[in-house]
Write a protein that binds this ligand. Structure first.
Ligand code: GDD
Length: 433
């Protein structure tokens, strides 16, 4: 791959937000053909071997809920063979067992692909038992079953991925029409990790375009309908603390994203579709230095966030206006509810929601979200033990199963809550820069 270096970098305490990077060539050849890792001062060349070196250490988690089998198969065929694929489904089991059909179809396709794919249902009682055993009961409902939601499925996927001993985890939605786009996203995750110097890193895909039909013609829209609002508000939040306007964040809602396992284990989650914007919020809450002291290891190593612009158009199943509105409201809510969100920004968020008629004028923002602590709060040894005689276990790497060190256990937002009257504390953030 040939990729430009980021033009701008916004530093926030130990977090480095890199500007969107453009890809000039998807495949830039083998290592020995030309110099690896350098081209000129602004373009980096990454060979197929370097990209593949990361693929071998990566798990791709594919969340599924009631998608067409043909779509899922297309997505799986786009994931490079060396990645370990985990499919987490929340499809209904009654009156027709959709999950059974999915699992059967995926495992059949996997034989032709000669690919390792773990397929499981989010509500497998065994997983709920493993969560209980590990002390991670937060995603269980009153019936002790894992709750519905994309984030809840992603949390299980992250725990299982962690137990495989692989170093990176990426997420790819299962409703993508283009297998080629899926392949590209994974390669771009790998490119980001090749460029990362820190063990705490995240790569988010910024779609080049999202095609739609307008007056019988194809129109390649630059951003999704929810993203532009989420990005603007996240950028305003950063500006509040740094004192400088910024447009650095362009991937507030990115469903396609990947993380080093070291970072994935330390980030808290929020429910449903608010999870992607919450990554930004939680990184700022937990490591931004606004309140409390970030972990020493993170301070030393820093966190690097890459945003890479893909070349393929992003075409996925259209789920309607109400769905997009719910997703956008959830993104706004997760920023609004953050203890680091200043009053002025809360007003801006409400105005935005009133203007878009996502809230009635004067209406309060209903509380719809739940928050879950990072998986480093779970005892993964006990989680693995519960699953030891089941199909999950063949993917685990026993030697790597350990409790992740966490200097601030529990939900960080609860710890900040009591401290909010001191916010915003710009000087403290700037001091750390
Ligand atoms: N396991 C699981 N559990 N998967 C789920 C669930 C669930 O409860 N709900 C949805 N999914 C799966 C879907 O099957 C799909 O593959 C993926 O999660 C994304 O869900 P969609 O409902 O298709 O979301 P979207 O395409 O509108 O939005 C996507 O893009 C946004 C950015 O524009 C999502 O990835 C959003 O999270 C993202 O913000």
């Amino acid at each position: 791959m040939r990729i430009e270096i980021p033009r701008e970098v916004e530093r926030f305490g130990p977090i480095m937000f890199h500007d969107v990077q453009k890809v000039y060539e998807l495949d830039a050849g083998l290592r020995f053909a030309k110099n690896e890792g350098q081209e000129n001062s602004t373009i980096v060349r990454l060979s197929q071997e370097s990209i593949n070196g990361i693929e071998e250490k990566m798990v791709i988690v594919v969340p599924v809920m009631e998608e067409r089998i043909k779509l899922i198969e297309g997505v799986l065929c786009g994931i490079p063979n060396d990645c370990l694929t985990i499919v987490v489904s929340n499809s209904p089991r009654e009156p027709i067992d959709r999950f059974y059909i999915e699992k059967d179809a995926i495992e059949h396709a996997a034989r032709f692909m000669n690919k390792d794919i773990l397929v499981f249902h989010q509500k497998d009682p065994l997983l709920a038992k493993a969560c209980q055993a590990s002390g991670y009961k937060y995603i269980l409902d009153k019936q002790n079953s894992v709750m519905d939601g994309k984030a809840e499925g992603m949390i299980l996927g992250t725990m299982l991925a962690n137990l495989t001993g692989r170093k990176y985890i990426g997420f790819i939605d299962s409703d993508n029409f283009f297998p080629g786009a899926v392949l590209e996203y994974v390669k771009e995750y790998c490119a980001g990790f090749c460029l990362a110097k820190s063990r705490y890193s995240m790569v988010r895909i910024s779609w080049h375009s999202k095609p739609k039909i307008v007056q019988s013609n194809l129109f390649f829209a630059k951003r999704g309908r929810a993203s532009e609002h989420t990005n603007r508000i996240l950028n305003s939040l950063i500006s509040t603390y740094t004192g400088y306007g910024t447009e650095i964040i362009k991937t507030g809602n990115a469903g396609e994203h990947a993380m080093s396992m070291d970072l994935a284990a330390k980030l808290d989650f929020s429910s449903g579709y608010s999870i992607e914007p919450y990554h930004y919020i939680n990184m700022l809450e937990r490591f931004g230095g606004i309140s409390g002291n970030p972990e020493k290891d993170v301070l030393k190593n820093r966190i690097e966030l890459f945003q890479i612009e893909s070349r393929n158009p992003h075409l996925h199943e259209v789920k309607g206006d109400i769905h997009v509105q719910d997703m956008s409201r959830a993104a706004m809510e997760v920023i609004y509810r953050s203890p680091i969100c200043p009053e002025s920004l809360k007003e801006e968020i409400l105005d935005d929601l009133y203007n878009r008629k996502l809230l009635k004028s004067g209406e309060k923002l209903p509380e719809t979200l739940s928050y879950y602590p990072a998986i480093c709060n779970a005892d993964l040894k006990k989680f693995a033990k519960t699953l030891e005689n089941h199909e999950y276990a063949k993917f685990f790497k026993a030697s790597t199963i350990k409790k992740v060190k966490n200097e601030t256990p529990g939900l960080i937002r609860e710890k900040i809550e009591g401290n909010v009257e001191h916010l915003p504390d710009q000087d403290k953030v700037l001091e750390m820069k």
